[in-house]
Design a protein around this ligand. Sequence first.
Ligand code: COA
Length: 386
Amino acid sequence: MPRFAHITGWGIAVPEKVLTNNDLAQMVETSDEWIRTRTGIRERHIADEEEYPSTLGARAARDALRMAGLSPRDVEMIIVATSSPDYPFFPATACLVQDMLGAKRAGAFDVMAACTGFIYALSVATALIRTGTVNNALVIGTENLSRIVDWQDRNTCVLFGDAAGAFVLQAAEEPGGVLASALHCDGSAADLLLLPAGGSRQPASEETVRKRMHYIQMNGRAVFRFATRAMAHAVQEVLEKAGLTTEDVTLIIPHQANRRIIEAAAKQLRMPMERFVLNMDRYGNTSTASIPLAAYEAAQQRRLRPGDLVVLVGFGAGMTSGAVLVRWTGPLPRRPRPRREPGLGQRLRSRWQALRQRFQGKQEEKPPAPQTERPSTPEAEGSGQG
Ligand code: COA
């Protein structure tokens, strides 16, 4: 039987603190007007000192699990996509989330594909489910970009924000869920958007710190050109794979980097802007979290309903790009949970009851009954005796 990977729960976590364009204008030479007209961003959220990608990711995951009706102990795989992991190399942020959730049975790893990370992670989780490796997976996009942004660089600091979003994917035989994906990369353009130091190529040193090399560096215009082409191409490709056209799709949920990038992609796809979900005005570019955050809001506002066909599409450093085609599902009908094994206390109580009954039976029955005391009806067998 073919298996499908349905999106059955979604959740978000957004830090409370808001940083407006006017706040930024106090920090660098910029203005609300410039940021709004060039990017569509009005404000973004900034994590406080005790929030990390792992804590935000775990919050979003709990929210998504509740909707899907799963407990953390049911989770078999956790995939975290992040561009700002808690630790630069290891452990993976997914491992920290696994511990915070108490997801004892789950495997966990990170995907690093920058802002396209959530699309890559969804594709990998879908493959794991469709091949029968796991029955469910948590896919999380989570960021504290405010910690890797240079707050003295107006070219970049106005763009980014912090947040997390999570999807629960579950196996089911009914067709639906993630139906196709298209993943791409052009590594020859890797220098357009990077964080140069702190890796093994340029380990942290006094010099790298002095040169502000631990912050995001970007060639904005070149990224802009790449993004418009890559988004339109990925949408077309994923639809072609499924034998569909843009006419069949209810909504496009794009990575929320810049309103003008989305407008340019919409023009190339000959689709009206009303069919694109936009929320970068309130969150800025939250990298891997932006697509699940936009999907969450669309679902809450009922712009996205069970049965709808949607394309999620992103681009990011690498330069990576990709899209997935999804038949939106929502929580699966609840199946009765399998009975849990009785604990030691319950086993001892049952044994004691059985012994007592046997002893009482022997007292009453004279002569002792032949060995037919154990009734054979299913009801009696399930009664916990014996
Ligand atoms: N406030 C005021 N002026 C700013 C500014 C800011 N925050 N940031 C840049 N400028 C200036 C530039 O210095 C430049 O001045 P100059 O002409 O004197 O050199 C001028 O504005 C125009 O710069 P330009 O790069 O042409 O602007 P743009 O229209 O391309 O917009 C971006 C800049 C960054 C908003 C846009 O290129 C972009 O969004 N690129 C994609 C970035 C992205 O999505 N990155 C994340 C990928 S996941």
